[in-house]
Design a protein around this ligand. Sequence first.
Ligand code: NAP
Length: 282
Amino acid sequence: MAAEIINGQLLAKELRRNMKNEIAELKQKGLTPHLTVILIGDDPASHSYVRGKEKASAEVGISSKIIRMDKTVDQKTLLTKIAALNKDENVHGILVQLPLPKHIEEQKVIEAIDPAKDVDGFHPINIGRMMVGQDAFLPCTPYGIIEMLKSKNIEIAGKHVVVMGRSNIVGKPMGQLLLNENATVTYCHSKTQDIKSYTKKADILIVAVGKANIVDSSYIKDGAVVIDVGVNRTEEGKLTGDVDFDDVKEMASFLTPVPKGVGPMTITMLLSNTIKAAKGLS
Ligand code: NAP
């Protein structure tokens, strides 16, 4: 039987409609959530992501500002700017678009952001809080995937989840959030040997590798839930995921497409984190 498609774009629309109503109520109380994004350099993908965030913020009523800096900006100038934003009461969320130019230390920048304004959820304080199950800003991509699974009432507790990829922003926090939901989690990465022996045992397979079509039906168990995080561009410029969609769709029970899958949910959870920051919950 063909897999049920989890349409991230539709779910994102539904969630954003609710957010719009919540923000309208906050505005009546005199609170307008505000997100400031720092964009450094001229990487086209980063510019496109930031445009997406700006547009989505405006749609739900979040005020946003983009601070553009030249790719030669020095680290001290950037850290001074972040310190000023940390102090600015009108700024609720701060996001520094990654990747950064090589001369800037990414971790120093992440740690310079006030954890209470860290809407990307990358600050070690938020990661630590997430690990021990405290209220925290959750990294947007894994957070969005949890929402996608829940939207389809897919059982997580007791299930074997295999996460392919162990980056700090996707793979690692993904496994942790699923563990928090009582899944049994296995991580696979570039050094994993005989990777299919793990992936074929997964009830839920999350693929966050960044290699087009690396996962086909020979990687998955019949009836598995398959979540494709990958965003790759083919030579013709077409967006494609890490999962060979056509090959897997007859075997999986649920499957996410690329585009219209995880991507729109990532931005949606950023909006959710910004509202949370404005309300001062964390
Ligand atoms: P990343 O930092 O490059 O990490 C890739 C991970 O994949 C690493 O842990 C790497 O292992 C592992 N890997 C590489 N080759 C492998 C192989 N043959 N088998 C198994 N694992 C392998 O990438 P990322 O930031 O996590 O992103 C992953 C993908 O998701 C990219 O396509 C990115 O564009 C996409 N993404 C999408 C969204 C969205 O909203 N849709 C958000 C973020 C990222 P090692 O650790 O051993 O090197």
